[in-house]
Design a protein around this ligand. Structure first.
Ligand code: NAG
Ligand code: NAG
Ligand code: NAG
Ligand code: NAG
Ligand code: NAG
Length: 447
């Protein structure tokens, strides 16, 4: 019989996790994020113009980060933080904890491109769709708890390569472990190449299939979940990207599971940049913000919750991470998207050191190819990683009106300070891109 003691243990763990979340949710007081704009932040701008950054990506991996490194006074130490002793043959599970439009597709690619990593792009999409079909981003606490309990269970199963657990959330329900409805299947190399994709492809066609998500879906046919499971087992490590887990503490049950060896990369980005990018991408949800930008007047019924949630989740999560609790030791790394955009190779190396994984040259090649800021191959796609790369990390500064920036800063002041993003006080300051709004900060992992 399949329903063994293991299932009972899983059930027990799941209920503990759900209860834990309940307690956590009710015991934290609502944060008051509406503070007035505070003192002028100090610290000097990094001496790297956006042009320099774009150029960086084109140079050879060796020494290519040096140019910017040397002029920024605080970063060199971050390059060589001490490494824990690790056993590279131990299976490592990686979670990219992010929010929409924070550069998570880009970070996902840093693992997707690694030949020994099995990468899944946003599998929790299906949980959300199945459990909360009408609410894209529920702020209802009870619903969030149910979602999170299910999400944690699914993540655990997926890391153990039980991909069939995902099937119960996919609509329509897969038949014979085969589906053509897996969300963004084409974003995962493993699911678009042998042995999962069994279409006979020339090496040229294979490259196209790996570069273009739609092409993968067209050429590879329905996904055979059994084959995907085998592919997952054959890889040494697994990485999952999600924008559907609000805070690091929501993952505590998984992080504390010694059999899982889970390491979390929390990706953050300047909330003003997230806002600008969302306004472009989610046109319906952010319709009133566009109206504001177009008319110069803030609509009275503007939904503040959207940006509030981002800042509140960042603030709570990062505060926990930076407080270095024992349960996060060796398991948490904070990454600012802007740092990755400025020093893509250096930051990727740091990321891999933290994880105890060997950085593969195919990852470095991918970075070099994709931080140029121009590529016509994928410019058609809505969620292209290229569009979000180095040259664009600070382009929100020309996309938001000054009023919108001030408003967002006010709402998000505590988190801007915590993460080292500078407040602007004048439109001239906002638009002058040769003056960076990202303070030099190092966020070292702790072991
Ligand atoms: C690493 O782990 C593997 C498998 O558990 C083991 O065979 C190997 O000896 C370990 N290597 C080191 C250096 O500890
Ligand atoms: C599923 O598999 C069974 C047995 O192999 C077969 O009879 C059935 O037609 C398959 N269903 C679909 C929808 O392919
Ligand atoms: C999926 O792959 C397995 C293993 O090769 C095979 O036995 C099974 O028939 C395939 N399923 C479908 C629906 O093609
Ligand atoms: C990088 O670009 C070159 C030239 O377009 C291409 O041959 C190579 O396969 C690309 N590498 C990666 C990892 O994308
Ligand atoms: C932009 O900022 C730089 C550095 O802070 C400053 O030297 C320059 O004068 C500014 N340009 C304008 C047009 O304000």
């Amino acid at each position: 019989m399949q329903c063994s003691w293991k299932s009972m243990v899983l059930l027990a763990l799941a209920s503990i996790a759900i209860q834990y979340t309940a307690i956590r949710t009710f015991s934290t007081k609502p944060f008051s994020l509406l503070c007035s704009v505070g003192l002028a932040p100090t610290g000097h701008a990094v001496n790297c113009s956006l042009k320099d950054l774009t150029r960086l990506g084109q140079e050879t991996p060796e020494g290519s980060d040096r140019g910017c490194d040397e002029v920024s006074s605080h970063t060199p130490s971050s390059y060589s933080f001490s490494l824990p002793s690790y056993n590279a043959s131990k299976r490592t599970h990686i979670l990219i904890l992010a929010t929409t439009r924070s550069g998570s597709s880009f970070v996902g690619q840093l693992f997707n491109q690694h030949p020994e990593v099995f990468y899944l792009f946003e599998p929790l999409y299906h949980v959300q769709l199945a459990l909360l079909p009408r609410l894209a981003q529920s702020r209802n606490l009870a619903e969030r708890r149910v979602m999170l309990g299910a999400a944690r269970d699914l993540l655990r199963s997926l890391y153990h390569c039980h991909l069939s657990s995902l099937e119960s959330y996919i609509r329509p329900r897969p038949v014979n472990h085969s589906t053509d409805k897996l969300f963004r299947r084409g974003a995962s190399r493993s699911l678009c190449s042998l042995p999962v994709c069994q279409a006979p492809l020339s090496s040229e066609e294979q490259n196209l299939v790996l570069a273009d998500e739609g092409e993968c879906v067209r050429r590879c046919g329905p996904l055979n979940v059994s084959l995907a499971t085998d592919a997952c087992r054959a890889k040494r490590h697994a990485a999952i990207k999600t924008v559907r887990i609000p805070q690091i503490s929501d993952l505590r049950a998984l992080i504390e599971d010694p059999r899982l060896n889970l390491k979390v990369v929390q990706l953050v980005r300047d909330p003003r940049g997230i806002l600008a990018s969302r306004i472009e991408t989610f046109r319906d949800t952010y319709r009133l913000w566009r109206l504001w930008r177009a008319t110069g007047h803030r609509p009275h019924n503007l939904d503040l919750g959207q940006i509030n949630t981002v800042c509140e989740d960042f603030l709570r999560s990062v505060s926990v991470g930076l407080a270095r609790p024992a349960w996060l030791r060796g398991r948490y790394k904070l990454l600012r998207y802007e740092d990755l955009a400025r020093f893509p190779l250096q930051k990727t190396r740091e990321l891999y050191s933290f994880l105890g994984l060997v950085l593969d040259h195919s990852v470095e090649d991918w970075i070099i190819n994709n931080t140029r800021g121009s590529s016509d191959l994928s410019s058609r796609q809505k969620f292209t990683t290229v569009r979000d790369s180095a040259a664009n990390a600070e382009n929100w500064r020309v996309k938001l009106s000054f009023d919108m920036v001030v408003y967002t800063q006010t709402v998000c002041q505590p988190v801007l300070e915590l993460l080292g993003y500078k407040t602007v006080f004048h439109p001239r300051e906002l638009r002058n891109l040769s003056h960076s709004l990202v303070e030099d900060r190092t966020f070292l992992p702790f072991f």
